[in-house]
Ligand binder design. Structure first.
Ligand code: SF4
Length: 446
């Protein structure tokens, strides 16, 4: 039964989310606000009355994709009644440009205004709405999110960044660091546990800088307190900054079996000179030392990283240092990109002097090397048994289950019963560079 007093009563909504897990979690929270205001999920954009586009501005390419989606929504709006709007990083960055006369955009909502999204959409029925003002301090959500997964739950522990890496727009979009109070984090983890979630993924731009000043809790303490909540068996976190890595965090991880033996630690470049120009606050040697510390305490840990190629002034020799870092560290996975200048950043004020062709060829070189590293590593896993959290069925073949190993590798496997939401021991039978394939040998019941 619907309630006509609610501002979005009877409307159906859909999201299109660009970017990182923080954005995915934000979309889940925003969906919670829309549902509390009487709207219901439509499933597809094509059948929605309201479309919310959650945006990313980390790379020029993600912004380009947004503008092409807005074009498609404009076309849809010509055929039938539709409200659509933009939230997230681009909403914050381009708030005044987005709702231009021809854009069709009805509402623009910045991060700090998310709790008001339903009200803003309701008001946008009569006029275009922009709400992107910033506020200080952490603001706790007031309604539960509508989660995409019933197995693995995102928990945001901090937002924003004070690092101002020279290439990065995030401090200008997400704003300065804000930490969520530890009790609010634990309350959400307990709620996920009560609903049977198996895995907790802690999110933030710089999680290992977490600090709850009122209780004196740092990130290592937080991991321990979350691990003490009965229920979820795995804890992951993303993203960490190499500059804020401490051996005590590695010791806390090693002492907490629930913390997955997996660490995403963006290196960005293997050249200390480039890292200095990027204002990253660590050198190649510092990063290698961190890798040694992690591996000495947890030899089985799987590392992943982000890489930028073609940063302004990157010489052939400096690029070669990125290749040699990859060969030396042997990441389990990387996310690699060509540099693109972003507005407001320090790097945007210097010449983007590495040509597009050179950037592309360096990216291909990085990806070819990494493919070789992953293939070689994955081959060593044939015949081994990996514990996998099954999160669903394979998109290509619904008879095949899909999940991730503790090391965060994609594993597709066959099982003789429905194992979605369960931990399964999977014997690895064959591998490719980006995933493993196998068969369930036993259920891990807890
Ligand atoms: S640490 Fe650097 S790259 Fe990461 S969000 Fe902050 S400024 Fe951006």
């Amino acid at each position: 039964m619907t309630d006509p007093r609610l501002p979005l009563d009877g409307l159906r909504f859909a999201f299109h989310t660009f970017g990182c897990q923080m954005n995915e979690n934000d979309s889940e929270r925003l969906a919670g606000y829309l549902a509390a205001a009487g709207a219901a999920p439509a499933g597809l954009i094509e059948s929605a009355d309201v479309v919310v586009v959650n945006t990313c501005s980390v790379r020029a390419k993600s912004e380009e994709k947004l503008y092409s989606l807005l074009g498609r929504l404009r076309t849809l709006k010509k055929r039938r009644p539709l409200l659509f709007g933009v939230v997230g990083c681009v909403a914050q960055l381009r708030k005044d440009m987005l709702p231009g006369l021809k854009s069709g955009v009805d509402f623009v909502v910045g991060f700090d205004q998310y709790p008001r999204i339903a009200e803003i959409i309701a008001e946008s029925r009569g006029r275009k709405m922009i709400a992107a003002s910033r506020s200080r301090g952490w603001k706790e959500g007031t309604v539960p999110p509508i989660r995409e997964s019933a197995v693995s739950g995102f928990v945001t522990i901090m937002e924003g960044c004070d690092n101002f890496c020279a290439y990065c727009v995030v401090p200008f979009t997400r704003g300065r660091e804000k930490f969520r109070p530890v009790e609010a984090v634990l309350a959400e983890v307990r709620d996920l546990a009560a609903h049977g979630f198996r895995e907790i993924q802690l999110l933030g731009q710089n999680v290992n800088n977490y600090a709850d000043s009122a209780s004196g809790t740092d990130f290592a303490d937080l991991l321990g307190r979350i691990a003490a909540v009965p229920g979820p068996e795995w804890i992951r976190f993303i993203t960490s900054h190499p500059k804020n890595f401490t051996p005590s965090l590695a010791r806390a991880m090693a002492a907490t079996p629930k913390v997955c033996r997996q660490f995403h630690l963006p290196i960005q470049s293997g050249s200390s000179r480039v890292l200095e120009r990027m204002k990253r606050g660590y050198s190649r040697e510092d990063y290698l030392e961190t890798v040694r510390t992690l591996r000495s305490l947890m030899p089985e840990i799987r590392l992943s990283a982000d890489i930028i190629v073609g940063y302004p002034g990157e010489t052939t020799e400096e690029f070669g240092e990125t290749l040699s870092a990859l060969a030396e560290i042997k990441f389990a996975n990387i996310f690699s990109f060509c540099y693109s200048p972003r507005p407001l950043t320090a790097a945007a004020r210097i010449a983007d002097d590495v040509s597009t062709e050179v950037k592309r060829s360096r990216l291909m070189e990085v990806q070819a090397l990494q493919k070789e590293i992953q293939t070689t590593f994955h081959k060593t896993m044939i015949g081994r048994t990996e514990r996998v959290l099954c999160t669903g069925r394979s998109k290509k073949d619904p008879a095949v289950f899909a999940g991730r190993s503790e090391g965060n590798q994609v594993v597709n496997f066959r099982a003789d019963r429905d194992v979605v939401g369960r931990f399964v021991d999977v014997e690895i039978l064959s591998v490719g560079p980006y995933s493993l394939r196998g068969r369930a040998v036993s259920l891990y019941n807890k």
